[in-house]
Every structure is written in C-alpha cells, then in structure tokens.
Design a binder for this molecule. Structure first.
Ligand SMILES: O=C(O)CCC(=O)C(=O)O
Ligand SMILES: [Fe+2]
Length: 183
C-alpha cells in the first residue's frame, strides 16, 4: 500500500544545525501557497528557498540521493526532475505557525507535476510544542517522527498538515520530485 516512508537520521544533528544557521542569515518571505497568495488561515510560516542561500548546494545533492533510493525501494514513480528549490519553513508559536490539511499537487505548471514530497525535520523536538506533521494515507492519520534529521517521504497527492506550534519554533525543509502526471 502507498504510505509514508521514514528515513531516520538521514541528516546528522550537526548538518541540521548548519542548515538552520545558514538560512537564518537569509531574508525570508511569508509563506506563499501553491497558486495562491498569503493566507494565514491555510498556512502561517516564513519561507527561505535554499537555492538562494550560499553554501547549501550539498543539501540538494543529499536530497536527490534520498529521493532516488526511496523512490526505487518504495514508490516506483516516474520521476524526471527537481523543478523547485528546496524550501525551509519556519513555524513560530508567536505567529501561530501551522499548515492546514492539503495536498501538494497544485494547479500551476510546475506544482501540478509534483509527485513525491520529502520533509526533513530540522529542529530538535524539545525546541517546540505542537507542530506535528501528520499524513493521511488512508482512513488513519500517521504522525511523522519529530526527530531532528529524520526524513519523511510521501506521494505529493496525499493529504497532510502541520498542527499549530504552541510554543517555540519549528524548522522543516521540504523538497518535491516532479514527473509526468499520474496515469
Ligand atoms: O513543514 C512540514 O512538515 C510540511 C510542509 C508542507 O507540507 C509543504 O511545504 O507543502
Ligand atoms: Fe505540503
């Protein structure tokens, strides 16, 4: 059955801290949604595109490898490219950070081609309360691991949400693999 796939310790704690430190220098944009403008009812987060941050090219290399292996072993999708920069999301309790139930497949020319979603947990679980990534492969809701460095991969059409951050700040990194439409 298609479900979410977990890769524990895909990145080390030191690597996660290095990514957060690098993006903290960069200007962030209030979260823009697929084909839509800022809508705090859907999502509240600040976003940084890692392509725009110097010194993070190694992150994309690792993500490509992780997606390739996860797809080979668990999904078998027809993937052709990574057409969007990975993005780091910063969910702050002070801004009621969250992302309501959604699918990542959008109506735009690129977001319509999203097929696999990969999420990397960049923060220590102790850094925040709430902010759980939940994925709904079927009737049940699965909670993604909060462990720093853990990666969760799931089909981009699968509904998922990030519950409201009640205290502290949660950082996550998302990247999509693209390909021809499902058929
Ligand atoms: O932050 C997360 O855990 C998930 C982010 C997400 O769903 C998205 O960027 O589409
Ligand atoms: Fe999403």
């Amino acid at each position: 059955m298609l479900s979410m796939h977990t890769i524990p310790q895909a990145f080390s704690v030191g690597e996660c801290d290095a990514i957060v430190a690098a993006i903290s220098q960069a200007p962030s944009d209030p979260a823009l949604l697929v084909g839509r403008n800022r809508d705090h009812n859907m999502r509240s987060a600040d976003l940084v595109w890692t392509d725009e941050v110097e010194g993070l090219a190694w992150v994309m290399d690792r993500l490509i490898d992780l997606v390739r292996v996860a797809n080979r072993d668990h999904f078998g999708f027809d993937l052709t490219a990574f057409e969007e920069s990975p993005q780091v999301a910063i969910y702050r309790a002070s801004a009621a950070g969250h992302f309501v139930w959604h699918s990542d497949i959008g109506g735009g020319p690129i977001s319509a081609k999203r097929k696999l979603t990969l999420v990397l947990q960049l923060s220590q679980p102790e850094d925040y309360e709430g902010g759980t990534l939940e994925v709904m492969p079927g009737a049940q809701v699965l909670e993604a691991s909060r462990a720093q460095g853990c990666v969760t991969v799931f089909p981009s059409f699968m509904l998922h949400q990030v519950t409201p951050v009640r205290s502290g700040v949660r950082h996550s990194l998302t990247v999509w693999a693209h390909g021809p439409a499902f058929r």
